[in-house]
Design a protein around this ligand. Structure first.
Ligand code: COI
Length: 356
């Protein structure tokens, strides 16, 4: 049958076993890669005009073994999501912000970059081409992963002579295996995630491989993930491996200020605005580890994690729990406000939603 033939074809080209959307258990998606029909890919050179829509069947890509991304880590990625609304419309959340952040990162990593308009157009085209992989309303989202990489050969350390802009997508559900239940974090006191003057504030690929060692150790000890402190004083809260962090105390909300070592999350920025519009006092400032441990509620934000309440934090062998391990009222309220907006269930007063 058709699905069998398709699977044979896909097996030949891809490492993962392919499924058809009709075979997906939408209630148990998790955050695992699943190949879809199309990807966007275009190559370009410094100073050259970026070409238009380049969709092709999803599949492995060819790279020169000497490519800048493989040898010297000249690469950036983005993450955003498309939601299916109950009326069938497809909604994107602030895609222009991802386009802008990619441009900031490209400047730091010495790469030419598509304009924000070109970025958004490419995202839209990729989502529409893969429409059948967008989960039904309320069952998850289509995670969109744009990548910008130095794909030309460079042996001596230098910017790559050629660049590739690529977008692939995958249907996803909850990021953490805990689902929507609070996560348990451990504070890393030895290895920092980022250092002043480094690349912690841009979404470069190397920032993520660098945290795997601590993450694996944390998971082996039963924790969901790692929370990092600043590299100089080892006293100020920075972020979690794949998300930003917020603390709530006496109804006031604080999050580490963007200072070069913290990833400027689009969910982070959106939550600050949503919380302020609901009358919360929100401060972007230095947050000490003592304040973190003394907080009423702690939650994480990110495109992949959305808003994840934190149930406990372990620091130097001492475990502090929040809200008796349950979801705090502020985290719950902000989670509902944000997801209602993203799924088209609340009025989009700030013009953040793009309907395709
Ligand atoms: C995202 O939240 O989109 C990210 O890029 C984090 C990633 C490590 C899953």
């Amino acid at each position: 049958n058709k699905s069998h033939i398709r699977r044979q074809h896909l097996k030949h080209n891809f490492s993962s076993v392919a499924v058809e959307p009709a075979e997906i258990d939408w209630d148990n998606l998790g955050f695992k890669f699943m190949p879809t029909d199309y990807m966007y890919m275009t190559k370009f050179y410094e100073g050259e005009n970026f070409s238009k829509c380049e969709l092709q069947r999803f599949g492995n890509i060819h790279l020169n073994p000497c490519a800048g991304i493989l040898n010297y880590g000249q690469g950036l990625f983005e993450g955003l999501k498309a939601y299916r609304k109950h009326d069938g419309n497809i909604l994107l959340f602030r895609p222009n912000e991802n386009g802008l952040r990619l441009r900031m990162g490209a400047e730091r990593m010495c790469m030419p970059c598509p304009s924000v308009e070109q970025f958004v157009e490419a995202v839209n085209a990729t989502v529409l081409a893969n429409e059948r992989w967008i989960p039904p309303a309320g069952k998850g989202s289509l995670y969109i992963r744009p990548m910008l990489m130095g794909s030309g050969a460079v042996l001596g350390l230098a910017p790559s002579p050629e660049y590739t802009f690529l977008i692939y997508v995958s249907p996803v559900g909850n990021y953490f295996k805990e689902g929507l239940a609070p996560i348990n974090l451990i504070v890393e006191t030895v290895t920092p995630r980022a250092t002043p003057g480094g690349t912690g504030g841009v979404k470069t690929i190397g920032n993520y491989a660098a945290v795997l060692k601590a993450q694996i150790a944390a998971k082996e000890n039963g924790f969901s993930d790692v929370l990092y402190l600043d590299s100089v004083h080892k006293r100020y809260v920075e972020e979690v491996s794949a998300c930003n962090v917020f603390v709530v105390k006496d109804h006031a909300i604080s999050t580490p200020a963007i200072n070069g070592t913290i990833l400027p999350g689009i969910t982070r920025k959106s939550i600050i605005d949503v919380a302020r519009s609901q009358g919360f006092q929100v401060e972007e400032r230095l947050v000490t580890v003592d304040e973190l441990l003394d907080a009423d509620e702690v939650f994480c934000t990110g495109t992949a994690v959305v808003i994840s309440p934190v149930g406990s934090i372990t620091y130097l062998g001492k475990r502090v729990t929040y809200e008796s391990g349950g979801v705090g009222a502020v985290s719950q309220q902000l989670y509902s406000s944000l997801t209602n907006l993203q799924m088209g269930l609340a009025e989009d007063k700030l013009d953040w939603i793009v309907a395709l």
